[in-house]
Design a protein around this ligand. Structure first.
Ligand SMILES: *Cc1c(COP(=O)(O)O)cnc(C)c1O
Length: 335
């Protein structure tokens, strides 16, 4: 895989660490758990969108854009990282954020990611819950064009083939680190939402002949829907990268049992997972993605999915900036 063919604007602190989680592993009495620290990508709080934005922002700059537009939930980590990337590169940023998460936590529209969006200079459009995000981004782009600007629209989650390249690269980085540490990975677990992270990891791992499963924990969508999204992204990545396109789908899993009542809505298991990671490893997860994903991994461990001498890597995709928007849920507050 020659990634140097694709223009890239460096934004992330790489490589991110690959670290053991010995106290969490001992507490669960299960496999050896490691964490790939993509919460440490460094851009205004970091997270998985920064790797994608290296390719997307490079494309925007090559396009001559002076404005980037993207969309997400009110507490979108992707929106915050896009706002930071834009500020860093001297681009204007407009964010389309429909209020579709039925969460009434105090400060939900004021603190956390949306506070940072505003601080980073983005123009925030808080829109009604049922707003079609793609149509709304097209309208914002049209208005920008009328003003004489040159907008570039980044899809929700930065999840197109170009963005997913960031996670093809991450897979290569992870496999190098595992080799350096002398560990053999038996499973890789990631939160999965718009699908670009999981699609990139699947393509990167399989092209480098890694034979472990890549398990995606759905943030909301039914497993079937996420599977279709990831399949489409994997196909698009195949087009972009060329070469061998055979994917063993038997080694790609989609689990939707841990999403609870819906996107952005807390679950008891998420609260337990976030609390365990904090108290046993000093690690800050998030309420929307990584908390639910670790809750899923903990459940798999408790159900005996892994052997004691297995090595399982959890991808920490970031998101702790949203914790404040869920104050009251943690530290004994309950759901
Ligand atoms: C966006 C996001 C995800 C999901 O990544 P996708 O590539 O959209 O599937 C996971 N974790 C966090 C913290 C995120 O912000």
């Amino acid at each position: 895989m020659d990634m140097s063919l694709f223009p890239r604007r460096r934004l992330a602190h790489l490589p991110t660490p690959l670290e053991p989680m010995p106290r969490l592993s001992a507490h669960l009495g299960g496999p050896q758990l490691f964490v790939k620290r993509d919460d440490c990508t460094g851009l205004a709080g970091g997270g998985n969108k920064t790797r994608k934005l290296e390719f997307l922002i490079a494309d925007a700059l090559a396009d001559g854009a002076d404005t980037v537009i993207t969309a997400g939930s009110v507490q979108s980590n992707h929106a915050r990282q896009t706002a930071a990337a834009a500020a860093h590169c001297g681009l204007r940023c407009e964010l389309v954020l429909p209020r579709f998460v039925p969460w009434e936590g105090p400060g939900y529209e004021v603190v956390g990611n949306v506070l940072l969006d505003r601080l980073l200079g983005a123009e925030v459009h808080l829109l009604p819950a049922d707003t079609d995000r793609d149509a709304a981004m097209a309208r914002v782009a049209e208005k920008a064009r009328v003003r004489g600007a040159r907008p570039y629209v980044i899809p929700v989650g930065g999840s197109n083939a170009l963005g997913a390249l960031g996670y093809v690269e991450c897979a290569a980085e992870l496999l190098r680190q595992a080799a350096d540490l002398g560990i053999a990975i038996d499973a890789l677990v990631t939160a999965s939402g718009s699908g670009g992270t999981q699609a990139g990891l699947v393509v990167g791992c399989q092209r480098l002949a890694a034979d472990f499963p890549v398990i995606g924990m759905c943030d909301a969508a039914p497993a079937q829907e996420l599977a279709e999204t990831v399949r489409a992204l994997v196909a698009a990545l195949g087009e972009l990268l060329g070469g061998s396109r055979d994917i063993d789908w038997g080694r790609v899993e989609f689990l939707d049992a841990y999403a609870g009542a819906g996107y952005g809505l807390p679950t008891d298991a998420m609260v337990e997972a976030v609390t365990l990671a904090a108290r046993l490893e000093g690690l800050l997860l998030d309420p929307v993605y990584t908390g639910k994903a670790l809750a899923g991994l903990i459940d798999l461990v408790r159900r005996g999915r892994f052997r004691g001498d297995d090595t399982v890597v959890f991808v920490h995709t970031g998101g702790a900036a949203a914790l404040d928007a869920y104050a009251g849920v943690f530290a004994g507050g309950g759901v």
